[in-house]
Write a protein that binds this ligand. Structure first.
Ligand code: C2E
Ligand code: MG
Ligand code: MG
Length: 758
C-alpha cells in the first residue's frame, strides 16, 4: 500500500516537473523560436515514468536530469547522484559507453532516424543490469539545431537473462544430442545456473558404488574438488554425501555449524563456501546416480526460484549421467568378448588404430602376435561346443598369464587371439612372449574326465617394419601364422623368416648355455698382468671360455650378455670365482704366494645384494686372503648413482681389491671417480690402439695416469701388443700392463710354466 502511494507521488511529482519545464520551453520557443519536437510523446513518456526511468540532457551544458526511477533502477536514492553527464558515463559499462555515444551522435546529426540502444549499467550492489534506452531530440529553429535529448530507461534484465538462459539451455541440449564429452556438458550446466544467480557456485558429483566422483564444478577451487573426489558417501559427508546416501534433498544453511559438515567443513570454509544445498540426481527408475550441489559464500536457504532451479539442474545433469552410463554399457558390450572377457575384435581394431598413431608420434615399436589354436575344430566336433567354449576360456586365462601388464589381448573370432606386445626392445622380446604362450597353452587340461593337450600356432609381425597400419600389420601377422602352420604347427613364425631363424637360434643357445656348467663345457683361461717397473707377473685375470660341440667357441662378450638376460649370470660368476680362487690357492701352495687373481663381475650381478656374501664364502672355502682377489667391474655400474656405492664399501671392508675395468669408454668416467674408492683403473685398449700414432690419445692416457695417481689409484693399461707401447707407458709412469705382448689368455698349466720361468 505504502509502495503504491509512493509511486503515485513520484509520478505526480514527475508530471509536475515536466509541466513546469514544458511551460518554460514554450516561453523560450516564443523568444528563441525553438520548438519542442513531439511534445505529446514526451508527455506519454512521463506517464510511463513510474516504471521507466527518464532522462533529459541539455546538450549545451551537459546537465542531465535523471528521474528518481532512473536512479532507483540502479539502486540509488534521488539525492545520491548528480545531474550531469559524468553520472551516466561512470555508471554505463565501459565496453558499451563509446558505442552508445556514437549512436547519440548519429541520431543528433540526422544520420540515424531514431535512437534506441541496449546497454549494461552498473547497479549500486555491484552487479550489472540490462537497460533499454530510447530518446527524442529537441531542436531549435531556424536551422533545427538539437538542444536537448530526452529519453527513457527500461530495465530489461529479466528478459535478457531469460533469453540467455534459454540460449545456454539449448546449447546444452545440443551438446547432449551431439554426444559431447560429459565433462564439458557438466561445465555448461554449472555456468547456466551460476549466470542466473549471481554469487552461486555449482557442482555435479557422480556416484560410483558408494564413492563420490568429481563430475564438474568450474567455479569451485580444484583443492576442494580433489578433496571430495573419492569420498565414500554417508550421512555425515557434507550435503552431497548425505543426499546421495539418503536419496533426499539436503539443505545446509550454514556449513560452519551443520553437523553433516563437521568432518568436511575444513576443506570448504577456507574457500569461502558457507552454505550448500544438494539435490540427488536420479535415473528414471529412481536410482541415485549422483548429486547436484549449489554453494553460496554466505549462510542461506534457497528462495523459491533457487529451489526450483535446484530440481531442474539435477534433472538436466541426470539426463547427461544416465545417457553416459547407457553409452558406457553399450561400449562395454561391444568392446568385450562375452565368452572370455578379453577385448573384442571391435575394441582390438580401435586399439590398434590408436596404438599405430601414438607409436608413430613417439617413434615406438610394438609386436603383434596372431594366435590360432591348432586343431580346435576337432575339439568342437569330438567333445562338443560346450567343451570347446571351456577350452577357449582356459586358453584366454593362459594367454593372460603369458603376458605382462602392459600387453594387450583380444579374441578376434572363434579360436583366434591377438596379443600386442608393447615397448619391445628387439624382436627377441616378442619371440619370448610367443614362446611363453606356446609353453603355457601346451599344458594338458582335463575336460569331462578326458585329458587334452592343446596347442597353438603364432604369427608375429612388428610395427613399423612389417606394416604401418592396422590392415597391413594384420595381414603380415596372418601370413606369418600360415607359415607357422605350414612348418608343422605348435610353433611361432615371424613375418620375416630370418627373424624366426634368429630367434630359434637364440633359444637354442639359451638352452645350451643353461646346460653348459653342468656339461662342463665352460673353462677358464688366465691372462697375466705385468708390473711395468719390475716386469714381473703380479696377477692373472680369469677369462671365461665356452666351447659347445655344435656351436663351437662362443665369444665371452656374447654368452656373458646372454647369461645376464636369462638369469644365468649368478651361477656362472659363482663357478668362475670358485674355479679361479681354487686355482690361485694351488699356485700359492706351489710357491707363488704374491700372485693375485682378478675376476670380472657383471654390472647386474655386482649390484645384487648376494654378491658380498658369495665372495666372502668363496674366499673362506678356497683358503685365500681377501687381498689376493681383485674384482673388476665396468664403470657403468657407478655412473652418478651413489646408491651403488654401498657395494663398493662392503667389498672394501671385506678386504678385496677393486678395479674399474674398461675405464675411459663409459659415458660417466669422470663423474664416477668422484664417489669411488677403488684400487685400480684399467684404461681401455681403445686408447692404447693408437697411442703411437695419435698425439691426442697419448695426451689422454697421460692425463688419466696423472689424475688416477693423484686420486690414489694404480693404473693398468689394457691390450698392450707392442714393445713401443710398453716403453711409452713406462715413460708415462703407468703401473701395470696387460696384453698379447706379454701373453694371450692361456690355460692354468701354461701360466704355471710362465710363473716358473719368470
Ligand atoms: P675384459 O675384462 O676387458 O678383458 C680383456 C679382454 O681383452 C679379453 O677378451 C682379452 O682376451 C682381451 N685382450 C687382452 N689383451 C689383449 C690384446 O693385447 N689385444 C687384443 N686384441 N685383445 C686383448 P675376452 O677374453 O674375449 O673377454 C672379453 C670380455 O668379456 C672381458 O673384457 C670381460 O668383460 C668379459 N668376460 C670374460 N670372462 C668373463 C667372466 O667370467 N665374467 C664376466 N662377468 N665377464 C667376463
Ligand atoms: Mg677385465
Ligand atoms: Mg677391459
Amino acid at each position: 500500500m505504502n509502495e503504491t502511494n509512493n509511486t503515485e507521488l513520484q509520478l505526480l511529482n514527475e508530471i509536475q516537473k515536466l509541466r513546469t519545464e514544458l511551460l518554460s520551453l514554450h516561453q523560450t520557443t516564443e523568444t528563441h523560436t525553438a520548438r519542442l519536437f513531439n511534445s505529446e510523446e514526451r508527455f506519454a513518456l512521463a506517464m510511463r515514468g513510474a516504471s521507466d526511468g527518464l532522462w533529459d540532457w541539455n546538450l549545451a551544458t551537459d546537465d542531465v536530469y535523471y528521474s528518481p526511477r532512473w536512479k532507483s533502477m540502479l539502486g540509488y536514492d534521488d539525492n545520491e547522484l548528480e545531474n550531469n553527464l559524468t553520472t551516466w558515463a561512470t555508471l554505463v559499462h565501459t565496453e558499451e559507453k563509446d558505442s552508445v555515444l556514437k549512436k547519440v551522435q548519429e541520431y543528433l546529426t540526422g544520420e540515424a532516424e531514431f535512437f534506441e540502444v541496449e546497454m549494461r549499467m552498473h547497479h549500486k550492489n555491484g552487479h550489472d543490469i540490462f537497460v533499454r534506452s530510447r530518446a527524442f531530440k529537441v531542436t531549435r529553429e531556424p536551422n533545427s539545431e538539437p538542444i536537448r535529448l530526452i529519453g527513457t530507461h527500461v530495465d530489461i534484465t529479466p528478459q535478457k537473462k531469460a533469453k540467455q538462459f534459454e540460449e545456454r539451455h539449448n546449447k546444452i541440449i545440443e551438446m547432449i544430442a551431439k554426444g559431447k564429452p560429459v565433462s564439458e556438458i557438466y561445465i555448461e550446466i554449472a555456468l547456466l545456473y551460476e549466470e542466473r544467480h549471481p554469487g552461486l557456485r555449482c557442482s555435479m558429483l557422480e556416484l560410483e558404488g558408494n564413492i563420490l566422483k568429481h563430475g564438474g564444478a568450474p567455479s569451485l577451487p580444484k583443492g576442494y574438488c580433489d578433496a571430495v573426489n573419492g569420498l565414500v558417501n554417508g550421512p555425515g559427508v557434507g550435503s552431497c554425501g548425505t543426499s546421495t546416501f539418503t536419496g533426499q534433498r539436503v539443505l545446509v544453511e550454514n556449513i560452519e555449524t551443520d553437523p553433516k559438515w563437521a568432518k568436511l567443513k575444513h576443506v570448504a570454509l577456507p574457500y569461502g563456501m558457507r552454505c550448500c544445498w544438494s539435490e540427488p540426481i536420479k535415473n528414471a527408475a529412481g536410482k541415485v546416480l549422483g548429486a547436484f550441489g549449489m554453494y553460496y559464500d554466505y549462510p542461506a536457504l534457497p528462495n523459491k526460484e533457487e529451489s526450483k532451479d535446484l530440481v531442474s539442474a539435477s534433472r538436466l545433469a541426470g539426463i547427461v549421467m544416465e545417457r553416459e552410463l547407457n553409452q558406457k554399457h553399450i561400449r562395454d558390450l561391444a568392446y568385450t568378448d562375452e565368452l572370455t572377457g578379453l577385448s573384442s575384435r571391435t575394441h582390438f581394431y580401435l586399439n590398434i588404430d590408436e596404438l599405430v598413431k601414438t607409436s608413430a608420434r613417439n617413434n615406438r615399436q610394438f609386436g603383434l602376435l596372431y594366435i590360432d589354436l591348432d586343431n580346435f575344430k576337432n575339439v568342437n566336433d569330438s567333445l562338443g561346443h560346450d567343451v570347446g567354449d571351456l577350452l577357449l576360456k582356459e586358453v584366454a586365462l593362459r594367454l593372460k598369464s603369458a603376458c605382462r601388464e602392459i600387453d594387450y589381448i583380444a579374441r578376434l573370432s572363434g579360436d583366434e587371439f591377438c596379443i600386442v606386445v608393447n615397448d619391445i626392445v628387439d624382436d627377441y622380446g616378442t619371440a619370448h612372449v610367443a614362446q611363453r604362450c606356446l609353453d603355457l597353452i601346451a599344458c594338458p587340461v582335463e575336460f569331462v574326465g578326458r585329458k587334452y593337450t592343446p596347442a597353438c600356432s603364432i604369427g608375429i609381425a612388428h610395427y613399423p617394419e612389417n606394416g604401418n597400419s592396422l590392415l597391413t600389420l594384420l595381414k603380415a601377422a596372418d601370413t606369418a601364422l600360415y607359415s607357422a602352420k605350414d612348418f608343422g604347427k605348435n610353433r611361432y613364425a615371424f613375418y620375416q623368416e630370418e627373424l624366426t631363424l634368429r630367434a630359434e637360434y637364440r633359444f637354442k643357445v639359451e638352452q645350451y648355455l643353461r646346460e653348459a656348467i653342468e656339461k662342463q663345457q665352460l673353462s677358464i683361461v688366465y691372462q697375466p698382468k705385468i708390473d711395468i717397473n719390475t716386469g714381473k707377473i703380479e696377477s692373472v685375470e680369469a677369462l671365461s671360455r665356452w666351447y659347445h660341440p655344435q656351436l663351437g667357441e662362443v665369444s665371452p662378450t656374447e654368452f656373458i650378455k646372454l647369461a645376464e638376460q636369462i638369469g644365468m649370470i649368478k651361477p656362472l660368476t659363482e663357478w668362475v670365482l670358485k674355479t679361479a680362487c681354487n686355482q690361485l690357492s694351488l699356485w700359492h701352495k706351489a710357491g707363488f704366494q704374491t700372485l693375485r687373481m682378478a675376476v670380472n663381475i657383471s654390472p647386474s650381478h655386482f649390484l645384487d645384494s648376494e654378491l658380498v656374501p658369495l665372495v666372502k664364502r668363496i674366499i673362506d672355502e678356497t683358503d685365500i686372503t681377501p687381498g689376493d682377489l681383485e674384482l673388476e667391474v665396468t664403470e657403468g655400474v657407478v655412473q652418478t648413482n651413489t646408491k651403488n656405492l654401498d657395494v663398493f664399501e662392503r667389498l672394501k671392508k671385506l678386504g678385496v681389491l677393486l678395479a674399474i675395468d674398461d675405464f675411459g669408454i663409459g659415458y660417466s668416467s669422470f663423474a664416477s671417480l668422484k664417489h669411488l674408492n677403488v684400487d685400480f683403473l684399467k684404461i681401455d685398449k681403445y686408447f692404447m690402439d693408437d697411442m703411437l700414432t695419435d698425439k691426442k690419445a697419448r695426451i689422454l692416457i697421460k692425463s688419466m695416469i696423472e689424475m688416477g695417481h693423484s686420486l690414489g689409484y694404480e693404473i693398468t693399461a689394457e691390450g698392450i701388443e707392442k714393445r713401443k707401447q710398453f716403453d711409452l707407458l713406462q715413460e708415462l709412469e703407468c703401473d701395470s700392463a696387460q696384453g698379447y705382448l706379454f701373453s694371450k689368455p692361456i690355460s692354468a698349466d701354461e701360466i704355471s710354466k710362465l710363473l716358473t720361468r719368470s
